[in-house]
Design a protein. Structure first.
Lengths: 327, 389, 498
């Protein structure tokens, strides 16, 4: 009985996902077709890639509010290089990701070196990065060379480019998190930073690298979406940090650190997009959609809190010494 | 602890007392750094330093503008200060402001164009050609304001219950509220603004009690634009909220409980502090403050606007509060700090505007200032530790 | 046999209070040393020095013949010292195998070689007879199983010295038997073991050498064969220092002020009944993990009660802490920094926290600042809290003894009928202890009941009218003066003494 409850709490996202698919499938016959499902994945690539990046940060119990601005500034730098120096799309992609990583490194410097709380640092860089981008462009829209859109519309074996990038990022992130020493140390640091320090893990370096990764992913996410539309507005990515965090949390990442996965972030971003698309299919007013998304996120967070609460309760029930700490 | 001056009533620096011994200049610099008035000194220094470069800065018109920008932000920031004091955060204030702005219009508008709003779900229910629900009713504005505050309070109640009883993290709870309430406000009017608000409501955001005139004394007629608003309704309201908040935080049992929870929730619980009730109350205060600020903004803009609190609203609020010196870790806050933080932030925006910088450049500078403030706080805390024996 | 680890005149002070003084001891390679002593005897501090958590104040250590001054816990681990602590250093969100390999994964093509990692771990687990798969998350394991994972870590690193610190307190008898079996095998492999425990029979059975600490000093050492339980207990009990305790000024009344009947919380406490009389100081003695703090938490309403009833001054106790405080209960927890104080707040605000509502005036509950200032100043003076300015100085800046006086002090304004004092003198110096004892006597003389929980037997025998002993969540016999410390200690250890 309680075992079933714990299992349900643990797999909440997938249960919710299944219910959502089932519901819309029954409501709108066209919903469960391959085209519409493919479109959902394509459209969730943008938030999804950034959500994978921020999952690294959330795993260490940190936060990155600057992703929305990095999504704007990093592709902007790439776009300037492409427009003014004739860099190709491939080079632009590289510059975009590298610029994102550099912006993440700036966050990391303030957080790890100067020991300022992540919330404040990334709140400040949220302002600063966007401001710097506006300074570079004088707040003008930036038009990318036509090659950019061609790149964004390209398909490989019938698979659209955004899905390829989404899948590649997810696969790479999954391998890093699940199969490398660095990945497992991220989980350790998020679970118990004090124990990680005692075990001699490079806690500072782990914490710094997750912000670099988050920045790089945000840069890539921005670049991929811009390749769909071919231009960059001054307000691009504004407020998206909350969508990204919501997708990661919906995918099972805990704000308390130590819990979450790359595939969870993929599921979270895709779930949000599924709900959006499903609501369009069933003709729900456009402005009402965020409310339903919010309800689903609320449910996921509530489940996480209940799970934490049960864990604490289970711990208390065993007679355990408080520990002989030094006088 | 705090100087016995209600916030804002007398923002003049007060000499640091109780330390009559002669001290080195290093210690004196330290005193300034640790003083409650540090951000005020900083604002004054910044202001004086820029006057030579920006002559318009000190003109009465600009000062009046600066003040009028300050009051609504101050009210929201005060609400946020309470939440930060218990080591929480309220991301939903902007959405509350948006919803209450729409609510104000739906209740009080005296007319509405069917061409613009005919498609909104509220049309025919709350709003018609003749205006909002309470349009023309006796005491409409009073009832309307009460209902707006009630709406804000209910949202705060929901936030507070989720945090205190369901033990969900404040960040996620208020994020969800932000998304849902924000979307609801936009849905209500299908993203349209509603104008035609009654004059006595607009007075809450623009009404002037005392105006100043700088010019010839023997003129029989003074042009309207030569008059500069000095004492306005928003000023009275904001200072009233500030004084009330200062008293609540520093002079009441409730305020002590707020600090106790922020410093150590476990100790507070074991000492019999009604932790849950205080947390819920704090979130209600935060949302009600957002609703009050929404009234000030809505009245000033003469428009009910669902997107009132979107964009950088939230970041301005948290930035101003943190620059004042309030800690995100809880237990360290003062209303005067928030007052000076808001003053500095508004002054900063104003000067950057006068420099003809774009909104985005202003963002960049604001970001840098928030970082500098945070770094200063880390340094201050370290120095403080070294100072105490 | 060569010496593996040696201490030479090792000392460590905490804020001027010595925790370990001038300790000299050799641990030969391949030996098993039993380290015993009462709580506060200095065992943890000694182990923290060995583990690189704190540096010694004076003296030195040698490891394998060379100077040894570990800079961090990781440093100590690298040198070949493994700790199996009461609180385990495991990452609950990682698998058993990952915990074993956390600071150095086997790699293949840059990725973790999961197969090798699991093979090695599986072999270790088999050796340790733990029937879990290497990929099982540690969070799914029982406490005893987690301990075995710690041992697997130690074996994997080929640690030369394995230190067990109270390893059996949270284990079932079966798990304990398996652990002892394991330790026996480690010994047979020639590894050096230090075993710290309150369970004296286990120490006698497992170890070749016994060392007894008391007040930070080595007071008795020798081969285990020469130590029977009686000698161990005798060595752990110090002589009374003359004048350590103020005399009691009043005898307790006959009427009970508090009654507990059949308190039960499964897995924690079992059928606990006792009464406290007006003006009585009732001691509650027990080892760590015996359930004494848990009992106090249940009485205070922090943890739920499954069965049983509580009466205070004739009224039934129910509800949460706030309701029980109103009924006349006060609780000084064993963790003053985490649960007792608002460290960053001024002393005065700590003193008035519990009774804050008494300073409220009018409908707005405005604080009467004048009254508040004078009342807290009076209380501070009465308690002789040494601070520059109790209205400005944060309690964090006070010494341990003065902090503890503030923790007790915050309850005094609410006029409680029963005080639950959990380790009220932990971590305070001798002078402050004396003051706290005086305070306890004053409270009792004023008619309040006191439940004095402590793991220092001396202070209980010095202060109490009666002493109860708790063991494994149950109350044992009650002792009355003249107190036989041997018998009380034996009851707590669950040993029979002739």
């Amino acid at each position: 009985m309680t075992g079933a409850l714990d299992l349900a709490l643990r797999q909440a996202t997938f249960i919710i996902f299944a219910c959502v698919l089932l519901y819309f499938g029954l409501q709108a016959p066209g919903f469960l077709t391959p085209e519409s499902l493919g479109n959902i994945v394509k459209q969730s690539a943008f938030i999804g890639i950034a959500a994978i990046g921020i999952t690294f940060v959330l795993l260490t119990a940190g936060i990155d509010l600057s992703v929305g601005s990095v999504m704007y500034l990093a592709p902007l730098i790439a776009g300037l290089a492409m427009r003014d120096f004739g860099v190709g799309v491939g080079g632009g992609l590289f510059i975009g990701v590298a610029a994102g990583a550099l912006l993440g490194a700036i966050n990391a410097f303030f957080i790890v070196r100067l020991n300022i709380v992540p919330f404040i640092v990334t709140l400040a860089t949220l302002f600063a990065f966007r401001g710097f981008g506006a300074f570079l462009t004088s707040s003008q829209q930036l038009d990318f060379p036509p090659a950019m859109r061609a790149f964004g519309q390209a398909t490989v074996l019938g698979i659209p480019a955004p899905i390829l990038f989404f899948a590649a990022t997810a696969l790479l992130a999954h391998v890093v998190l699940a199969r490398t020493e660095f990945g497992r140390q991220i989980y350790a640091v998020g679970n118990d930073p004090e124990a990680a320090r005692k075990a001699g893990l490079p806690v500072g370096s782990v914490r710094a690298r997750v912000y670099v990764i988050s920045g790089a992913c945000a840069g890539l996410a921005g670049f991929v979406l811009i390749s769909q539309i071919g231009r960059l507005d001054a307000g691009f990515g504004e407020g998206r940090e909350f969508d990204v965090i919501a997708a990661a949390v919906l995918g099972g990442a805990s704000l308390f650190g130590g819990v979450g996965s790359a595939l969870g972030a993929v599921a979270g971003a895709t779930l949000i997009q599924t709900v959006k698309t499903g609501l369009v299919f069933t003709g729900v007013n456009l402005y009402l959609q965020p409310i339903l998304q919010a309800a689903i996120i609320f449910l996921a967070v509530l489940v996480d809190s209940l799970r934490q609460h049960r864990l604490r309760e289970a711990k208390r029930r065993v007679i355990r010494p408080a520990g002989e700490t030094g006088p | 602890m705090t100087a016995n001056v209600p916030a804002g009533a007398d923002p003049r620096p007060e000499p640091v007392r109780d330390r009559a011994l002669p001290r080195s200049s290093g210690r004196r610099i330290g005193d300034i750094l640790f003083s409650d008035y540090f951000v005020l000194y900083l604002s004054i220094a910044y202001f004086l330093a820029l006057i030579p470069f920006l002559p318009t800065l000190s003109t009465p018109a600009n000062l009046a503008n600066l003040l009028s920008n300050m009051w609504p932000l101050l009210v929201v920031a005060i609400g946020q200060t309470f939440v930060l004091t218990i080591a929480g955060i309220d991301l939903s204030q902007g959405a509350v402001a948006g919803l209450t702005s729409v609510a104000a219009a739906l209740l009080l508008a005296t007319a509405a164009p069917v061409a613009v709003l005919g498609n909104a779900p509220v049309w025919g229910v709350f709003l018609g050609e003749t205006g909002g629900l309470l349009a023309g009713a006796p005491g409409a504005t009073t009832i309307g304001v009460a209902l707006i505050l009630l709406i804000g309070g209910l949202i705060g109640l929901a936030n507070g219950l989720a945090v205190a009883v369901l033990r969900m993290p404040a960040f996620m709870v208020t994020l969800v509220t932000m998304i849902a309430v924000g979307a609801f406000a936009i849905w209500l009017t299908q993203s349209n603004n509603i104008r035609d608000l009654p004059d006595n409501f607009i007075a809450l955001g623009k009404g002037t009690l005392v105006s100043l005139y700088f010019g010839e004394a023997e003129t029989s007629e003074v042009a309207r634009r030569a008059l500069h608003a000095f004492v306005t309704w928003p000023m009275i309201i904001a200072l009233g909220v500030a004084v009330a908040a200062h008293i609540a935080l520093n002079r009441t049992v409730f305020g002590r409980y707020v600090f106790a929870i922020g410093i150590n929730r476990k100790t507070a619980e074991i000492s019999g502090v009604p932790v849950r009730r205080v947390i819920v109350t704090v979130f209600v205060i935060s949302a009600v403050c957002a609703a009050i600020a929404s009234i000030l903004y809505t009245a000033r803009l003469e428009t009910g606007r669902p997107t009132l609190g979107s964009g950088n609203f939230l970041l301005d609020v948290i930035g101003a509060t943190v620059i004042g010196g309030t800690s995100l870790f809880g237990g360290k806050a003062k209303i005067v700090w928030t007052f000076f933080g808001v003053l500095f932030f508004v002054l900063l925006s104003n000067t950057l505007n006068l420099m003809n910088l774009s909104a985005f450049h202003i963002d960049m500078v604001k970001g840098g200032v928030i970082l500098a403030a945070a770094f200063l706080d880390v340094t201050r805390t370290r120095l403080m530790l070294e100072r105490t024996p | 046999m060569s010496t593996l680890l040696a201490f030479d005149g090792l000392s460590r002070d905490w804020f001027g209070v010595p925790a370990v003084s001038d300790l000299t001891l050799d641990i030969p390679e391949g030996s098993t040393l039993g380290l015993i002593g009462q709580n506060g005897a200095g065992k943890s501090t000694l182990m923290n020095m060995v583990g690189g958590v704190v540096p010694p104040s004076r003296g030195s250590m040698r490891w394998k013949g060379a100077e040894y001054a570990p800079r961090s816990p990781a440093d100590a681990t690298r040198r070949g010292i493994a700790f199996i602590h009461q609180e385990l250093n495991l990452f609950t969100n990682l698998s058993i195998a990952e915990n074993v390999f956390i600071d150095g994964f086997p790699r293949r093509f840059g990725l973790i070689d999961a197969r090798r990692m699991h093979d090695v771990t599986a072999a270790l687990l088999e050796r340790l007879q733990l029937t879990h798969r290497p990929e099982t998350p540690v969070g799914d394991l029982a406490p005893g199983e987690r301990q075995i994972v710690e041992i697997a870590k130690a074996l994997h690193r080929a640690a030369d010295l394995i230190i067990f610190d109270e390893p059996t307190t949270s284990l079932t008898p079966r798990e304990t038997a398996r652990l002892f079996d394991l330790i026996g095998r480690l010994k047979a492999e020639g590894r050096t073991v230090v075993y710290i425990s309150h369970i004296l029979g286990d120490v006698a059975r497992l170890c070749d050498t016994v060392a007894v600490l008391r007040d930070g000093r080595m007071v008795d050492t020798g081969p285990a064969s020469a130590f029977d339980t009686e000698r161990m207990i005798r060595s752990m009990i110090g002589r009374d220092l003359a004048g350590m305790y103020p005399g009691r000024t009043a005898a307790p009344a006959a009427e009970p002020v508090f009654e507990a009947r059949g308190l039960t919380l499964s897995g924690v406490i079992e059928d606990v009944s006792f009464t406290v009389r007006q003006g009585e100081v009732l001691g509650l003695f027990g080892l760590m993990g015996s359930g004494r703090s848990e009992l106090a938490r249940v009485i205070f309403g922090l943890d739920p009660l499954e069965r049983g009833s509580l009466t205070l001054a004739g009224r039934n106790l129910a509800g949460g802490p706030a309701a029980r405080i109103a009924a006349g209960l006060a609780f000084v927890t064993e963790n003053r920094r985490e649960e007792g104080l608002l460290l960053e707040a001024p002393v005065a605000q700590n003193l008035s926290l519990v009774a804050l509502r008494d300073f409220a005036r009018g409908a707005l509950a405005l604080l009467d600042e004048t009254h508040h200032a004078s009342a807290t100043a009076d209380l501070g003076a009465d308690l002789a809290i040494r601070a520059n300015d109790i209205h400005r100085q944060s309690v964090k800046a006070l010494s341990g003894g003065n902090q503890q006086k503030a923790v007790i002090g915050k309850w005094l304004m609410s006029g409680p009928r029963l005080f639950l004092l959990d380790e009220p003198t932990r971590g305070v110096d001798v002078g402050a202890k004396f003051e706290i004892y005086g305070l306890i006597d004053r409270l009792a003389a004023s008619g309040a009941g006191i439940l004095f929980i402590s793991s220092e037997l001396e202070e209980l025998t010095g202060m109490c009218d009666r002493i109860l002993v708790m063991r494994r969540g149950e109350l044992g016999p009650a002792f009355v003066p003249p107190f036989e410390r041997m018998h009380i200690l034996a009851a707590a250890f669950g040993e029979a003494v002739a």
